[in-house]
Write a protein that binds this ligand. Structure first.
Ligand code: URA
Length: 237
């Protein structure tokens, strides 16, 4: 599809509209080897070999980012008062239209998927698709007899809301055990409320996987990177 050259560069995170217009006017951008100095020139990025400062510009219609969310950031696009996951992205990953696909609480850490692909996010979060989300949690007291079985059967939350069957597994016993929980839906504060049924408080919560895609454990909290198409496909496995 034909698009304005400046719009293409902005969409690929190469700067703001005025910054990329300056680059184009300076002759930094080529299309099939020829310098294009008009920011309004129409180009089909799928059919044209674009380069910026001599480096090939690989065009991707959408961007999919894995962030290891730290505590303290809101999982929304923008907030007038508090920092959000988008504020934390490095400039190289900024582009218009990004939003977090699904919400983690402010104090929850771990895998947050950020994208500008609304259809993809819809598929990921659609309740009928039941894409599993895996979490690790530290809780304030040992698991109770029969608790994993109750998770497997499907809990009734304290307000009467029914949950789909979930998996609960003890990873590390102790006074404050570390557990793994896998749910296939995303109700508000779901994990905290599921433990609330047993009088447990969740002291720490981290999302470790979405579908078959696991959080890259080389990403420190607060770091983010683009996902490859192969990684993205793992979500559906
Ligand atoms: N469940 C919760 O309670 N909080 C989250 O952030 C995610 C799942």
């Amino acid at each position: 599809m034909l698009q304005r050259l400046d719009k293409i560069l902005v969409s690929q995170g190469k700067g703001s509209r005025s910054e990329v217009q300056r680059l184009i006017r300076r002759g930094c951008v080529t299309a099939d080897g020829a310098v294009l100095r008009d920011p309004a020139a129409k180009v089909d990025p799928d059919q044209t070999a674009l380069a910026l400062n001599g480096r090939p510009l690989t065009y991707a219609e959408h961007l999919y980012i894995m962030m290891n969310k730290p505590a303290g950031l809101l999982c929304v696009s923008r907030d007038p008062k508090q920092p959000t996951v988008l504020d934390k992205l490095p400039p190289s990953l900024q582009r218009p239209g990004l939003f977090p696909a699904g919400r983690l609480d402010k104090d929850t850490v771990g895998f947050t998927l950020i994208t500008d692909d609304g259809d993809f996010a819809h598929r990921l979060l659609a309740p009928r698709r039941h894409v599993p989300k895996t979490y690790q949690a530290v809780i304030d007291a040992p698991l109770q007899e029969g608790q994993p079985e109750a998770f497997t059967k499907g809990l009734l939350l304290e307000d009467g809301t029914p949950c789909l069957p979930a998996k609960l597994r003890l990873l590390q016993p102790g006074e404050h055990p570390l557990v793994e929980v896998c749910i296939t839906e995303g109700k508000y504060h779901q994990i905290k409320r599921m433990f609330g049924v047993f009088g447990h408080k969740v002291l720490w919560l981290k999302r470790t996987a979405m579908g078959g895609l696991w959080l890259d454990d080389t990403l420190a909290e607060g770091e983010a990177r683009a996902l490859s198409p192969e990684e993205l496909a793992c979500i559906w496995k």
